[in-house]
Write a protein that binds this ligand. Structure first.
Ligand code: PMP
Length: 468
């Protein structure tokens, strides 16, 4: 009789499954019956054969930072891109829930499954809201609720956009430093991420044009599927794509689309978190035919991430494939949350809460920048940071000799001092070669004001020590 042998035990008593696949050996059957002390050894099994997508995926970098935060309870984390806790809209949601549940028919509808594309009333409100922000009528923008799909956060919809467009080897142009969670998703699809430089005005259209020409010269134009950018208060730099550049990007995509269709995915997750200056038009304004721009928005940042509801506005061709994929995945986002959000928008509670939230974050942003100014005055000419008009992030650039990477002396010293940031490398694709390892992201979203101030002070102390 043969069986799979148990893997050998290692020194610390764990089984070593490094070769994963068990080896077939024979055992003496007699011992099973004659030896009363015989203990059945669990058989090793061949390792699970995970999908190519799983093999291409790495543990999300955010997990590493969360572990650091958990392992060091006294640390002030200016790492997580999460939102302010104290200002979460408890009363507003309670009121909306009461209204919905007070009417039995509405309550029954909200507690039942909804449709895959989302609650029609919420989709209508979303169209109205975008038109208001863009200071146009929905029809000027070519918008109607049929072009809106609601999802479990905009992350799900961005993921689905990747799923409907990308085969391994397909190309996405993406501004760097850029949103790392999406980069991880794109890498799991086997996409080739072509990093595009960004500056004070955001993604550089000339660099996009040059990249497309280079890809075309390689003979790979057909593999280019989309350009992705976080156009308002980018995660991680806090910088915003200027209006002329938005226009230029849409124009570039439209021009190249005469030969091979390329779309632009505008991720507007932070659009409504503006604390000064006036709103900029979305790229939808430059795409009245509605064939080039996919616009992703979320209720997580401007309202409540616990409701985990977002949306995407798409060219009509995308509607069916996206809904089919979403159908395979979950055939609809929480209907109750969608009813709540539609009620919150209808009653005006959403808009008035946003005003409160802007005040909270304006103050946190002010404290972050003022503390940097005050504490880093002695080295002011050697250190710089962005001063965004909105969003949750500030990007800090140190002298090149200071490495901010995880595990670097600077990173470890910050942990010892009691603060955590996100190193620059997280915001670049794995393939990137020119990562500015002397930069880092600070987020003031979660901690209360005095902890934000103290976290920045701790960082500044370490910077001064390393530059001293
Ligand atoms: N886009 C960007 C740029 C983000 O920072 C986030 C959240 N961190 C999302 C999209 C997704 O947010 P959600 O899925 O909660 O809507």
């Amino acid at each position: 009789m043969t069986t799979n042998a148990a893997p050998p035990e290692t020194k610390d008593g764990h089984t070593d499954s490094s070769d994963r696949v068990g080896t077939a050996v024979s055992i003496d059957c007699k011992s099973l019956f004659e030896d009363p002390t015989f203990v059945h050894q669990p058989t090793s099994r061949p390792a699970v054969s995970f999908s190519d997508r799983v093999r291409r995926s790495e543990k999300p970098p955010i997990s590493y930072l969360m572990e650091q935060g958990l392992a060091n309870p006294n640390v002030i984390s200016l790492a997580a891109g999460f939102v302010d806790n104290a200002s979460l809209p408890v009363d507003e949601v309670r009121q909306a829930a009461t209204t919905i549940l007070a009417d039995r028919d509405t309550a029954l509808a909200a507690l039942q499954y909804g449709t895959t594309d989302g609650y029609p009333e919420l989709r209508r409100q979303i169209v109205e809201q975008i038109a208001r922000l863009d200071e146009r009528t929905p029809s000027d923008l070519g918008l109607d609720p049929q072009r809106v799909i609601v999802g479990t956060g905009s992350q799900q919809l961005l993921y689905l956009v990747g799923e409907v467009l990308l085969d391994p080897g397909d190309i996405v142009l993406l501004g760097v430093p850029g949103y790392f969670v999406y980069m991880g998703a794109l890498e799991s699809f086997g996409a080739r991420i072509v990093p595009i430089r960004t500056d004070e005005e955001g993604l550089d259209p000339e660099a996009v044009e040059a990249a497309l020409e280079a890809i075309d010269a390689e003979g790979n134009l057909e593999r280019v599927k989309f350009i992705y950018d976080v156009s308002y208060f980018n995660n991680p730099t806090g910088l915003t794509l200027s209006e002329p550049r938005k226009r230029a990007l849409v124009e570039i995509a439209q021009r190249w689309s005469k030969r091979h269709r390329i779309v632009v995915v505008e991720d507007a997750a932070y659009r409504e978190l503006r604390y000064r200056g006036s709103d900029l038009p979305s790229m939808l304004r430059f795409d009245p035919d509605g064939q080039t721009v996919l616009y992703a928005g979320t209720f997580s940042k401007p309202f409540s991430p616990g409701m985990k509801t977002g949306y995407v506005i798409v060219p009509t061709e995308f509607r069916e494939p996206l809904i089919n994929q979403k159908g395979h995945e979950d055939f609809g986002t929480s209907n109750l949350n969608q009813h709540l959000l539609a009620e919150l928008m209808r009653s005006g509670a959403y808009q008035s809460h946003l005003k409160t939230l802007r005040d909270v974050y304006r103050e946190k942003m002010r404290v972050t920048i003022e503390t940097l100014e005050a504490e880093l005055r002695p080295v002011r000419e050697r250190v710089s940071w962005t001063s965004p008009e909105g969003g949750l992030y500030v990007w800090l650039t140190l002298p090149e000799e200071i490495l901010t990477s995880r595990g670097s002396p600077f990173f470890e010293d910050c942990l010892k001092e009691g603060m955590l940031y996100v190193p620059a490398e997280f915001f670049y694709p794995r393939s990137a070669t020119d990562v500015p390892h002397h930069c880092l992201r600070l987020s003031f979203g979660v901690p209360p004001l005095d902890r934000v101030r103290e976290g920045v002070r701790r960082l500044a102390r370490v910077v001064l020590r390393h530059l001293g």
